[in-house]
Ligand binder design. Structure first.
Ligand SMILES: Cc1ncc(COP(=O)(O)O)c(C=O)c1O
Length: 449
């Protein structure tokens, strides 16, 4: 039984909460007339003015005019600390000089070459050196595409067609296992299990047996609320997949920033395939999938009968060069470990603040990625968050914006390498202020008054 606030909000609390959200939303609208005008304009040409669902929030999103270091500046001239970090793709911040240098020098040498180049060798070598489960790798254009290829490779390698994913998981625009996403999903044969639930998942794997091509799992459910997988859960998946001859695909599109070798190195798990994306393109479109060399070799064009792997921009020179410079010069193994530690420390401090405010406030996450939640008790799966009052997230979001912090509407905060220790303190102070300002309301909702 979830301990989130299912049905706990009585009419009075609800109207106080809604009143606070309305007031915060009205103040937001008043401060941002240019963003509002741009939003109106955009609606003439794109449905809802939007071309990426995650970037919409009500009453209208902030339009970014420019960005620098760890900051963004909106159309109305407000400067925010960027704690959204482009949903983790913005790991390097906005103006790292080394990455900028790599981009400018690439531009100087020409683009759209229609041929392989040295930059992709450099980046692939580095990825194989950094991530232990990746013996060889292939590039594509997004995390979604990386997962599409990993699943397709698993189907071809096993000659099986069934897959297991987890409720609330997000593996890309056509692999949405929560929030009513099924209608947009690519037509694979899915069985959906509960995250971190070992016994039933192992039973499902065994029941599918020789029909199961692969299990795909995020080491930390990101979109689903920043819920980490227990090591034992991942180990159980590994063992059960081995037992039935299925592949284990680890979606590390988000979690590859967890220390120097990604989440699979941290958790000591050996997946068959790993998918990557986000920051590894250093601000340019990026996706990659890699893993055991014999599996990846199914796409080796030197071999007769190999599987094709197409994509005009798979080795686009900006992603390759900027990605290589980022990983070799900026997100070095030492900095990867430091950022991980900074995130762990921040989450511990925030949980200290949260605990003093109310039993229904807590921060989940792993390393440099964290999420506020308004639910009591242990959170091991998105089901534990069912019934969280969405309006509290809206309030949190508006309040943080007012305090100069740009975060995700769903309460997610992603640290970047461009942030100083003072910037991280600013996030903590803004959250402390939110908890002070809204503490009475939260405690009333939690029945703690
Ligand atoms: C875990 C995970 N996998 C895959 C994707 C898809 O990546 P992209 O947006 O590059 O297609 C995302 C994007 O947020 C993600 O969080």
């Amino acid at each position: 039984m979830t301990e989130a606030l299912v049905g706990v909000l009585d009419r009075k609390q609800n109207s106080v909460l809604l009143g606070a959200v309305e007031e915060a939303g009205a103040a937001f609208a008043l401060r941002n007339p240019k963003s509002e005008a741009l939003f109106k304009d955009a609606q003439s040409f794109m449905p809802g003015g939007n071309t990426r669902s995650a970037l919409h929030f009500d009453p209208f999103p902030l339009y970014v005019a420019e960005s620098f270091d760890a900051c963004i500046k909106d159309a109305d001239g407000h400067v925010y600390l960027d704690a959204l970090g482009e949903y983790t793709a913005g790991l390097y911040g906005h103006s790292d000089a080394r990455i900028r240098g790599a981009v400018i020098s690439t531009l100087g040498k020409g683009v759209s070459n229609g041929a392989p180049g040295e930059a992709e060798i450099n980046l692939s070598r580095l990825i194989c050196e950094r991530f232990p489960a990746i013996e060889t790798v292939r590039f594509c254009n997004s995390g979604t595409e990386a997962n599409l290829y990993a699943l397709t490779l698993a189907r071809a390698a096993t000659k099986r067609s069934k897959f297991i994913a987890f409720s609330g998981a997000y593996h890309g625009g056509v692999f949405v296992f929560g929030a009513g996403g099924a209608a947009v999903n690519a037509p694979y044969d899915w069985t959906v299990c509960r995250y971190n639930e070992i016994t039933k998942t192992v039973a499902a794997i065994e029941a599918l047996g020789s029909e199961l091509a692969a299990v795909i799992v995020e080491p930390m459910m990101s979109n689903g609320g920043c819920i980490p997988a227990a090591k034992e859960f991942l180990e159980a998946l590994r063992a059960a997949c081995d037992k039935v001859g299925a592949l284990l695909i680890l979606d590390e599109v988000v979690t590859s920033r967890m220390g120097r070798g990604g989440a699979h190195a941290k958790a000591g798990i050996e997946p068959d395939l790993v998918t990557l994306g986000k920051y590894l393109g250093a601000g340019f479109s990026f996706g990659a999938f890699g893993g055991r060399a014999p599996l990846m070799d199914l796409m080796n064009p030197i071999r007769a009968g190999s599987l094709p792997h197409a994509g005009t921009f798979n080795n686009n020179v900006f992603s390759m060069a900027a990605g290589y410079t980022g990983l070799s010069e900026v997100f070095t193994p030492e900095r990867a470990d430091d950022l991980y530690d900074a995130g762990e420390q921040l989450r511990a401090r925030l949980n200290g603040l949260a605990g003093r405010c109310s039993s229904m406030v807590q921060f989940t996450g792993w390393g440099s990625i964290l999420n506020i939640h308004f639910a009591a008790g242990e959170i091991t799966a998105p089901e534990d968050l069912f019934g969280e009052p969405r309006d509290l997230f809206r309030l949190f979001h508006f309040d943080l914006i007012e305090l100069g912090i740009y975060a995700a509407r769903r309460g997610q905060i992603n640290l970047s390498l461009a942030m100083s220790a003072l910037d991280i303190d600013r996030i903590e102070q803004a959250i402390a202020q939110f908890l002070r300002r809204r503490g009475d309301l939260i405690r009333a909702i939690a029945g703690e008054r």
